[in-house]
Ligand binder design. Structure first.
Ligand code: 13P
Length: 283
């Protein structure tokens, strides 16, 4: 079943679990995510970044995502991750994405609000729900990089003002996570999550969640985190599985034989995450 992101996240908010949002770039990743979700009876978000759309093409990703979502026996949202280009956001909506993110977090507050408002207006008119970002999450997610020195945590009062002004459906907040591989252990600002949740009714989104210890995520979810984004851990699993397979089978040339074990390994990584998020048996 294809659903909007909002439908998935409101159920998560009500029942105090988080939906995993996993980045997709090709068919094998889509299959790994959907198989994991079906095996655990879990709702799930398939999300494509601008880099993913550049690699595979919006039509391929939209077709794969819609097919997977419609055929799945669990709720699936097809989401644009970190959209910064208004035209591309409209293109995704036209191709059947059920959720889009406008990331105007690099701009000053009022400009972020103006960009977000514009996207909310057109997306809602098309029945698509919207994520925005307030504060700056450090690290690199495909073509977007934020230097550690420029990262800023989300201010709870600003968050309330932002959501009231924009009518955005869910909000990505900066509370100590970063995109990509961590150098040390990430420290989440739980008090800040709690304070934001006290001021904001919209479900909250945690980016940069690969490499964050399970215990930290489990602590953050009841405070208001309803969507947890994972990309790097899937990439690492994929690369490791392909390397191991080719080391053991250096003469293999059949892509199906090389990619099959990687798909299976990604599925296991994703299932582990879903269990941490508590989304299993929530479909
Ligand atoms: P990680 O690559 O750190 O898992 O972050 C993914 C993400 O937040 C996508 O928006």
């Amino acid at each position: 079943m294809l659903k909007t992101g909002k439908e998935l996240l409101l159920d998560a908010q009500k029942n105090r679990y988080a939906v995993g949002a996993f980045n997709v770039n090709n068919m094998e990743i889509v299959q790994a995510i959907i198989n994991a979700a079906e095996e655990l009876n879990s709702p799930v978000v398939l999300q494509a970044s601008q880099g993913g759309l550049g690699y595979a093409g919006v039509e391929y990703i939209a077709s794969l995502g819609k097919l997977a979502g419609r055929n799945a026996n669990v709720p699936v949202a097809l989401h644009l991750d970190h959209g910064t280009d208004f035209k591309q956001i409209v293109q995704c909506i036209r191709h059947g994405f059920t959720s889009v993110m406008i990331d105007a977090s690099k701009y000053p507050l009022e400009e972020n609000i103006a960009y977000t408002k514009k996207v909310v207006e057109i997306a809602h008119a098309a029945g698509v729900t919207v994520e925005a970002e307030l504060g700056k999450i450090s690290g690199t997610e495909d073509d977007i990089s934020v230097d550690e020195r420029d990262a800023t945590f989300t201010d709870p009062d600003e968050a309330r003002y932002f959501v009231d002004e924009t009518d955005v459906d869910y909000l990505a907040i900066a509370v100590g996570t970063a995109h990509g591989v961590y150098k040390g252990e990430p420290k989440l600002d739980y008090d800040r999550i709690k304070a934001i949740r006290q001021k904001v009714d919209a479900p909250l989104v945690l980016h940069g969640s690969s490499g964050v210890p399970a215990e930290s995520l489990k602590k953050a979810i009841p405070l208001g985190i309803c969507k947890i984004n994972i990309d790097t851990d899937i990439r690492a699993t994929f690369a490791q599985a392909v390397k191991e397979y080719l080391e053991d089978n250096p003469d293999q040339i059949d892509p199906r034989k090389i990619l099959g074990p990687a798909t299976e390994a990604m599925k296991r990584t994703i299932m582990d995450k879903m269990k941490i998020f508590g989304s299993n048996n929530r479909a």
